[in-house]
Design a protein around this ligand. Structure first.
Ligand SMILES: Nc1ncnc2c1ncn2[C@@H]1O[C@H](COP(=O)(O)OP(=O)(O)OP(=O)(O)O)[C@@H](O)[C@H]1O
Length: 366
C-alpha cells in the first residue's frame, strides 16, 4: 500500500496543445494518502479515467510526476507499479474457473499454493461467490463476473492501491448498494489505498471518507462529504453535490451586499469589503435549499416571493419560489403548508450565504 502523489501533473491527448482547453488534466498537485478510501467524482469527460490511467501507468502524463511513497514511478510499467485496476466492464478469463481467475494474479507473483488457496477463499467469501468458485467464468451473470473482476484486484495483498473506474455500472441496481457496502467493509478490513471513480454523488459518499470533485480537468475540492455540502469551494461543487444543488444567484455589488434586480441581499462586512475590491463582474451568491427559510408571515429580513412549484418527496418537499429574476429552491419538511401561486416569505440566514467570485468561494481569511 502506498501514498500516491501527483506533482505538477498535466495531460493532453494532443501532441501540440495550444491552451488549457486542449488538456484533459490541467496542471494539479494532489496526494492520495496511504490507506485512504477516496472517491473521484465528476461529470462525464472531466478527466477521471485519465487520472486513474496515469496513476496505474496505462497513460503517460505529458507533464509532471507520479510518486509512490515519494519515489518517482513515471518510467515504471503498470505491472511494476503493482496497482490493481477494476474497470467498468468485467475483465475475466471466460475459459477459466472463478477459482483460477482469482488465483491468477497470485500465481503470477509466485505466491505459495497453500497461501493462494486461503486467500482465494477469503476473498470469495467476502464477495459472496464461494459457491461459484469451481464454475467456468463464462457461465456467470454480468454481476458475478464483475465481482470476480473486483476479486482479482482484492486478492493481492501487496498492491500499492486499488483503482475502481465506475465498477458498478453493469451491476443490478439492487445489488449496487450491497456491493458498495462490501467494498467499504473490505477497505476497513484490509486497509488498502482505494480510489473509486464515479459520477454519482451517492455512490461517492457511501464509499469514501474523502471525495475529490473533478471539473474540467481540475480537482476543484477535496474534502469530506460534509465539507463539500456545507462549504463548497466552487460553484460546480455547490451545484453537483446535493439534491437539488445549491441556489446560485448572479449579483452585482452594492453597498449592503449583492443586488439582483430590485432585491438586495445583505452580506457580512468582510464579504462587502471583498466585493468592493473586485475587478471582475462574475459574482454569485450561493445558498443550499436546506438552509433557505420560508414563513407564512413577513419579517424584517424576509422577501415576499411567489410559489412556483411544490414537489412532494415523501418526508420533505422542494418548494420553488420566484424572487425578482431568480428562482430559488427551498427544502421544507412535509408539514409545511404552501400553495402554488401563493405568496411566501423567504429568509437567507447569513451564516449560510456563500460568496463566489469567478466561481470560487471567497473565504473570510483567504
Ligand atoms: N484516448 C484518448 N484520446 C483523445 N482524447 C481522449 C482520450 N481519452 C479521453 N479523451 C478526452 O479527454 C477528456 C477526459 O476524458 P476521461 O475519459 O478521462 O473523462 P472521464 O471523467 O473519465 O469521463 P467518463 O465518465 O465519460 O469516462 C475528454 O474530453 C475525452 O474526450
Amino acid at each position: 500500500m502506498a501514498e500516491i502523489e501527483l506533482k505538477s501533473l498535466a495531460h493532453s491527448y494532443s501532441s501540440t496543445p495550444t491552451g488549457p482547453a486542449d488538456y484533459a488534466i490541467r496542471q494539479l498537485d494532489h496526494v492520495w494518502e496511504r490507506g485512504g478510501a477516496y472517491a473521484l467524482l465528476g461529470p462525464s469527460g472531466c478527466g477521471k479515467s485519465t487520472m486513474l490511467n496515469i496513476i496505474s501507468g496505462l497513460v503517460e502524463p505529458s507533464e509532471g510526476e507520479v510518486l509512490f511513497d515519494g519515489r518517482r514511478v513515471n518510467e515504471l510499467s503498470p505491472r511494476e507499479r503493482n496497482i490493481a485496476q477494476v474497470f467498468q466492464f468485467p475483465v475475466v478469463y471466460d475459459s477459466m474457473t472463478v477459482y483460477d481467475n482469482l488465483a491468477f494474479p497470485l500465481k503470477n507473483n509466485k505466491v505459495a499454493a497453500s497461501k493462494i488457496k486461503a486467500r482465494v477463499h477469503e476473498i470469495a467469501e467476502v464477495l459472496e461467490i464461494e459457491d461459484k468458485l469451481y464454475r467456468k467464468a463464462k457461465n456467470l451473470t454480468a454481476d458475478e463476473k464483475q465481482k470476480v473482476s473486483m476479486g482479482r484486484g482484492l486478492v493481492r495483498e501487496d498492491v500499492s492501491a486499488i483503482l475502481f473506474d465506475e465498477p458498478l455500472t453493469v451491476i443490478d441496481p439492487q445489488l449496487k448498494w450491497r456491493l458498495r457496502r462490501k467494498l467499504k467493509q473490505i477497505h476497513e478490513q484490509f486497509d488498502i489505498t482505494m480510489v473509486y471513480v464515479t459520477h454519482d454523488q451517492l455512490e461517492a459518499s457511501t464509499f469514501a471518507d474523502k471525495i475529490a470533485v473533478m471539473y474540467d480537468g481540475q480537482i476543484v475540492q477535496f474534502g469530506t462529504p460534509t465539507e463539500l455540502f456545507e462549504q463548497p469551494n466552487h460553484t460546480f461543487v455547490g451545484f453537483f453535490i446535493g439534491s437539488p444543488g445549491m441556489n446560485l444567484i448572479e449579483v452585482s455589488r452594492c453597498e449592503q451586499g449583492g443586488r439582483f434586480g430590485d432585491t438586495v441581499i445583505p452580506l457580512e462586512p468582510w464579504q462587502i469589503e471583498v466585493l468592493q475590491r473586485l475587478k471582475t463582474n462574475n459574482v454569485k451568491i450561493g445558498i443550499r435549499p436546506e438552509f433557505v427559510e420560508l414563513s407564512a408571515q413577513p419579517a424584517d429580513d424576509t422577501y415576499a416571493s411567489e410559489v412556483l412549484d411544490v414537489e412532494d418527496l415523501g418526508t420533505y418537499k422542494i418548494v420553488t419560489v420566484q424572487l425578482g429574476s431568480a428562482q430559488i429552491k427551498v427544502r421544507q419538511n412535509e408539514e409545511f403548508e404552501v400553495r402554488v401561486g401563493g405568496t411566501t416569505h423567504v429568509a437567507f440566514p447569513r451564516q449560510w450565504l456563500k460568496l463566489y467570485v469567478d466561481e470560487f468561494l471567497v473565504q473570510e481569511h483567504g
